[in-house]
Design a binder for this molecule. Structure first.
Ligand code: NAD
Ligand code: TDX
Length: 340
């Protein structure tokens, strides 16, 4: 049987990077092509351990450039695309929305166009629960796959737009696809601009942790390796054209998360600094993952296990995040708050 060729876009980033490792190790009979532009969020050092494997390949390229993507797809004739590449940080989308439209909307459309030409077996579009907008604090309400799309930030609007393009290529051209909408991820190699790694790294360097508004906003957290196993299952078993929500019923307020990390690291709550709220800050996200559970998926991590493992990872991999904190990111962060 011919080897399967899987193109993973954004495989130098946080979730794509974890997924590349998962697939290269689990499926020696699949050739995994990691395509990434290596923006500020991309980093290849995480793949040193697989660089010399004969089922791993790296391509540095821009998904929004049709002059590169179309010939690449025509030549390589991938079997599957798993599409993670994106601008992913909500705060950056508030200060600079244009690049989110270019990468997330145009980039996805270019990949769809390239895929449609080659008879791809399936396009997996990795999206987010943020496309549904926000929930109120009633704990009995959840996002289902039928919840209307009501994105509030430029980031989530760009992701919702890309979801609609994927749907349109399925309806119009019959391109086989699944869309996945996962809740907030955490785990190894998450860029320290996101709440959990930001909190861990700042506490480890004895710096204050900025909490937006009153800290009562709720997110639904899933360990990145559980997101990877969900995508693996959907890639192999997902019904053509279906959308799947991914989440593990792990709702926590931002203050609860930060205090939990402080307790584990033995740091005082005096390190909390309340800062002005994020513009358009969504109150609450919560996923109902029942449709995915019907395929047989369930998360392996409890939040308690996952956060412990993640904190240990950041303790043991200081050189990775210190390198980031000393670079261009430091300049970005220093412009965010006057008081910290
Ligand atoms: P990330 O920012 O860590 O990584 C994004 C990667 O995409 C980087 O390696 C970057 O270099 C690459 N990239 C950016 N622009 C590109 C371009 N034009 N061409 C090629 N590569 C480009 O993001 P992440 O947190 O790993 O998120 C991955 C995907 O999962 C995104 O689509 C995001 O919307 C989605 N998602 C994220 C979360 C989360 O909690 N982080 C939750 C649900 C869904
Ligand atoms: O310094 C901070 N202080 C703070 O209070 C940061 C960075 C965040 N927050 C709050 C804002 C959110 O309520 O913490 C919560 C989590 O923030 P982020 O880590 O920025 O994640 P979020 O905005 O929820 O979006 C994430 O989850 C869904 C990812 O970045 C998206 O890519 C994904 O789609």
């Amino acid at each position: 049987m011919a080897r399967k060729k899987i193109l993973v876009t954004g495989g130098a980033g946080f979730i794509g990077g974890n997924f590349v490792q998962y697939m290269v190790n689990k499926y020696p009979a699949y050739d995994i092509y990691n395509l990434d532009l290596l923006t500020y969020a991309g980093d290849l050092t995480k793949h040193r351990n697989i660089e010399s494997r004969d089922n791993y390949f790296f391509i540095k390229a821009d998904i929004a450039d049709p002059d590169t993507m179309i010939p690449l797809f025509d030549k390589e004739r991938f079997d599957y695309v798993v599409h993670f590449a994106a601008e992913s940080h909500v705060d950056r989308s508030i200060t600079d929305p244009g690049v989110f439209v270019r990468t997330n909307v145009l980039g996805t459309q270019v990949l769809l166009e390239a895929s449609k030409r080659i008879g791809l077996s399936k396009f997996i579009h990795v999206s987010t629960d943020e496309v549904y907008g926000e929930l109120d604090f009633d704990p009995n309400t959840f996002f289902t796959e039928d919840t209307p799309l009501q994105p509030n930030s430029p980031y989530s609007a760009s992701k919702a737009s890309s979801d609609l393009l994927v749907r349109a290529y399925y309806e119009t051209y019959g391109l086989p696809m699944n869309i996945t909408r996962c809740s907030n991820n955490y785990g190894p190699y998450q860029f320290p601009e996101k709440l959990i790694p930001l909190t861990i790294s700042r506490l480890l360097t004895n710096e204050k942790v900025p909490i937006y508004g009153d800290g009562k906003n709720i997110r639904d957290w899933l360990h990145v390796s559980d997101h990877c196993s969900a995508i693996d299952l959907i890639l192999h078993e997902g019904g053509n054209g279906e959308i799947y929500n991914v989440g593990g019923y792990n709702e926590l307020s931002n203050l609860e998360i930060v205090k939990m990390i402080m307790a584990i690291l033995g740091k005082s709550e005096g390190f909390i600094e309340f800062v002005p709220d994020r513009l358009g800050h969504d109150k609450r996200y919560a996923i109902n993952p029942a449709k995915l559970a019907e395929l047989g998926w369930k998360p392996a991590y409890t939040f308690e296990n996952g956060i412990g493992q993640t904190i240990l990872w950041y303790l043991e991999n200081k050189q990775w995040w210190e390198g980031i904190l000393n670079g261009e990111y430091e300049h970005y962060f220093s412009k965010q708050y006057v008081s910290l």
